[in-house]
Design a protein around this ligand. Structure first.
Ligand SMILES: C[S@@+](CC[C@H](N)C(=O)[O-])C[C@H]1O[C@@H](n2cnc3c(N)ncnc32)[C@H](O)[C@@H]1O
Length: 276
């Protein structure tokens, strides 16, 4: 069964299969999700009750990262493994600083790309590209990227949802280095990652069950990584202060630490490197 989503009748959603981007949208409190997504999301939440706060913490970190890059002169952004461009995403933050900023969202899920394209139809200088983020050369070659992004100028690249899906044998460090090496001096690479090295055994077990529920619900494999591994990916970049921290501790907005009391606060690192 399918249904219309967004504004265009030709953009149709698969109602029989849950979707990572729409589950994430549900966790964020968005409107682009269906019953099957909500049902799978609630099963995942049973395993890790604060998983929605983890998603919100990741999105809040992303917003602060984009705001930092825009405040430091970046006017073009690529958000890789973006999910749906809703709920205060990259283009909204960038355009609050400069309405002429250019943004390309990249996702390999055709349904997220179709819905995202529809959502962004009225947005100037913003596009959605259907590309597998594990292949940077395909990202650079995509027509939307070629049209909107000038690689000879600084670019803000956000890897806020990709690396958690990349297996060790797919060489995440090499993937990050490939993105880094394509960027002009003055560019920034912001990354976040699921982690569980500072939590108690019960929370770590919940994370394991949450990962299994994602696998069962949408067939996606998620990987948990420690601080040393995540930090090692910032080689040959200048780490922006305060370095590698829990996402919630990366340049927090005063008084807005919504998840201060929850285990999810300790389940993800965030950091940003500047390319010199
Ligand atoms: C957790 S959601 C979006 C998170 C969002 N970036 C944020 O930080 O708020 C993860 C997204 O990654 C996408 N994704 C997973 N593997 C990918 C890949 N290899 N290339 C591109 N997108 C990918 C999924 O389709 C999903 O929409």
């Amino acid at each position: 069964m399918t249904a219309t989503i967004g504004h265009s009748p030709e953009v149709r959603a698969d109602l029989d299969n849950a979707n990572i981007a729409r589950i994430y949208d549900y966790f964020l409190g968005g409107l682009y999700n269906f019953a099957i997504d909500r049902e799978r999301a609630e099963r995942i939440k049973l395993m890790l009750p604060s998983v929605d706060l983890l998603a919100r913490g990741n999105r809040d970190w992303l917003r602060r990262s984009v705001r930092y890059m825009a405040a430091h002169g970046v006017r073009q952004f690529i958000d890789i493994a973006s999910g749906l461009p809703t709920v205060g995403n990259t283009h909204e933050v960038a355009h609050a600083v400069d309405p002429s900023a250019r943004v390309v969202y990249v996702d390999n899920d055709p349904s997220a790309v179709a819905h995202g394209t529809d959502i962004l139809a009225a947005e100037p200088h913003v596009a959605m590209a259907g590309v597998d983020g594990r292949h940077p050369e395909q990202v650079w070659a995509h027509p939307a990227v070629r049209e909107l992004i000038d690689l000879s100028q600084p670019v803000g690249v956000v890897l806020g949802g990709l690396l958690v899906f990349v297996r060790d044998d797919e060489d995440p460090a090499g993937l990050v280095a490939a993105y880094r090496d394509a960027l002009a001096p003055g560019s920034y690479l912001a990354m976040s990652h699921l982690s569980a090295d500072t939590v108690d055994d019960e929370t770590r077990a919940q994370v394991g069950r949450m990962v299994a529920a994602y696998q069962a619900g949408v067939g996606a494999s998620l990987y948990v990584r420690d601080k040393a591994t995540f930090s090692s990916w910032f080689t040959c970049m200048e780490l922006v202060e305060p370095g590698v921290t829990l996402m919630a501790d990366w340049r927090p907005d005063p008084g807005l630490d919504v998840d201060a009391q929850t285990p999810s606060r300790h389940l993800g690192y965030g950091a940003m490197g500047r390319i010199g």
